[in-house]
Design a protein around this ligand. Structure first.
Ligand code: SF4
Length: 554
């Protein structure tokens, strides 16, 4: 690998004229909407010369989704995801591994590290170079793969995996659990996706009107159909062509019999990192660095926004292509507010440090003179509360204890169930809280329903005299259309009322949110590279289709 000189060539998506001699050139050609760059390591990228086959040779119905060879029982009876009541939910985490004989097992461990990104389904697709097998199931990774017989058939040195959160209704459909494995004209292809496509409905309509048959209600299946129907060659070009048709947020991993692809959308909404395992050099892609840490993979770099990386399992060479057109970077700032684990480094910034900075800024902006303690809402308010305590000089205390042993299957998704969920999840420490004035630090407020229960819990069961809520992010006023499940804008409490109205609704003695300037200030001169649309409604990609759907769901 070290001997590999990076060679850059440019490939026209129309003429695809490249020679092996050209692949050794180090010059980079000017990008335009018809060009993307190919950069190879170890070996020249194979010539992309070739005639476009007749488009009709690729019937849309030639794509066939293959059901999992193993469908673990998992936990199909989950009626309500207990964790993170009234919080936005990330809609998935992805993993890809190539070059390790234990790829499927490592994939399951990495998925375990990403469990916070989706709890309703998990799956792995594995290749031994000639045969691809899959196993999927509903529930947590530990439930889907707890039986060794589920992982046993997944032999091979490359694998991709997925943890899924979905909106209600579709959650129970095993068919929607990824990775999707499809057979088409040129072989088999599996895909796992984190994100959300904003033009999914139009693309699906176009594909269906030309005869395509869909097997799931997931936007991800559109990508497979676009690849199957592309007339470009080779597969890299088909992937590029498909990805240049889709809009919105996507961090993707694809697996063929002998290649692993990793793709990030041109805005780079959702994270995707690359690492190498010690000592065998296996290449790992994952949504967060915490997954790399768990399987002894060293962080190498991010998959760049708009980049397509391909690892060839035969010689472990890596090829990189750029999607066109290039777009401004818009990484999701909510990864730092809430989604990502604090031990991850996301978009180049340690998550725990961001949250600490948010909390410290909040203390300077909205102090609470005379308070006895600063208390986090566990777990996501922990580092912001530390920052608040340090900046304010008010002692930090754990006045709320989070239970990690609450079952998931017996809570019903009705109002009573949600009330019970908060009580089961959080227990006030009366001997700390009684008679005290406390600053309670949380990461965000969505509908406000959980916040009012927390305030009530601290006051009644905990006996606190005063509760001052401090929120380590600005008011959420817009829904997300880029891979995060948030309620419609009409359900967001800060979209319906001002800060004083929210304070009265949740029943605390004072309430303050982090200012937008301080949120952006935490990223200094990189702040323009972050999406903060749920706080500003400045959507980098117009969400017309999704907005219409959310409005009809109200
Ligand atoms: Fe993230 Fe909010 Fe932008 Fe969605 S709208 S990508 S949650 S910052």
């Amino acid at each position: 690998m070290a001997a590999a000189a990076a060679a850059a060539v440019s490939v026209s998506s129309r003429s695809l004229a490249t020679t092996n001699a050209e692949t050794h050139r180090h010059d980079r050609l000017t990008k335009s909407s018809h060009f993307y760059r190919i950069k190879t390591q170890l070996k020249p990228y194979p010539s992309l010369c070739g005639r476009r086959p007749n488009r009709t040779a690729h019937g849309l119905s030639s794509l066939r989704l293959i059901p999992s060879a193993v469908s673990s029982g998992g936990n199909p009876s989950v009626p309500f995801a207990f964790d993170d009541v009234d919080k936005p939910r990330d809609e998935c985490g992805v993993v890809g591994i190539i070059g390790d004989p234990d790829a499927a097992k490592l994939c399951s461990l990495a998925l375990h590290a990403l469990q916070h990104r989706g709890q309703e389904g998990a799956g792995i697709v594995c290749s031994d170079g000639t045969t691809i097998r899959s196993a999927t199931g509903l529930g947590l990774v530990s439930e889907v793969f707890h039986d060794p017989r589920t992982l046993a058939p997944l032999k091979g040195d490359s694998a991709i995996g997925h943890v899924r959160y979905s909106t209600a209704g579709a959650a129970s459909a095993l068919a929607n659990v990824q990775p999707f494995l499809a057979g088409y004209r040129f072989g088999k292809l599996a895909v796992a996706h984190n994100g959300n496509l904003v033009n999914y409905r139009r693309l699906r309509f176009d594909l269906e009107s030309r005869g395509s048959i869909f097997n799931t209600s997931s936007d991800t299946e559109v990508i497979l159909h676009l690849i199957a129907t592309s007339s470009s060659r080779p597969l890299l070009s088909r992937v590029v062509e498909a990805c240049e048709s889709i809009e919105g947020a996507y961090s993707l991993v694809f697996l063929t019999e002998n290649k692993l692809f990793a793709v990030r959308d041109p805005h780079g909404f959702r994270p995707l990192v690359m690492g190498r395992r010690r000592p065998n050099g296996a290449i790992v892609f994952a949504s967060e660095t915490c997954a790399l840490d768990l399987i002894n993979a060293e962080f190498e770099r991010e998959v760049n926004p708009g980049e397509v990386l391909v690892v060839d399992g035969q010689d472990m060479s890596i090829t990189s292509a750029c999607l066109m057109p290039e777009k401004p970077r818009k990484a999701c700032v909510f990864e730092h507010v809430y989604f990502a684990l604090p031990n991850s480094v996301v978009f180049g910034h340690p998550v725990h440090a961001s949250r600490y900075t948010f909390g410290a800024a909040l203390a300077r902006e909205s102090p609470v003179p005379g308070a006895d303690f600063v208390i986090p809402v566990p777990d996501s308010g922990f580092f912001a509360a530390l920052g608040f305590a340090e900046a304010s000089g008010i002692p930090f205390q754990q006045g709320l204890i989070r239970s990690h042993y609450v079952g998931r299957t017996f809570i019903e998704p009705d109002k009573e169930g949600r009330n019970l969920a908060v009580k089961l999840k959080l227990a006030p420490v009366r001997t700390i809280l009684e008679g005290k004035s406390v600053v309670v630090v949380d990461d965000s407020i969505v509908r406000g329903t959980t916040s009012s229960k927390i305030v009530n819990l601290i006051k009644t069961a905990g006996g606190a005299r005063e509760v001052h809520m401090r929120i380590a992010s600005p008011p959420i006023v817009g829904s997300c259309y880029y891979g995060v499940d948030t309620p419609s804008s009409e359900e967001l409490i800060s979209n319906r009322m001002n800060v004083e109205g929210v304070r009265q609704e949740i029943g605390c003695d004072s309430l303050a949110f982090l200012s937008l300037d301080s949120l952006r200030g935490a990223f200094a001169d990189e702040s323009h590279m972050f999406c903060d649309a749920c706080f500003t409604r400045n959507y980098p990609v117009p969400p017309t289709e999704q907005e219409a759907v959310k409005l009809t769901e109200v």
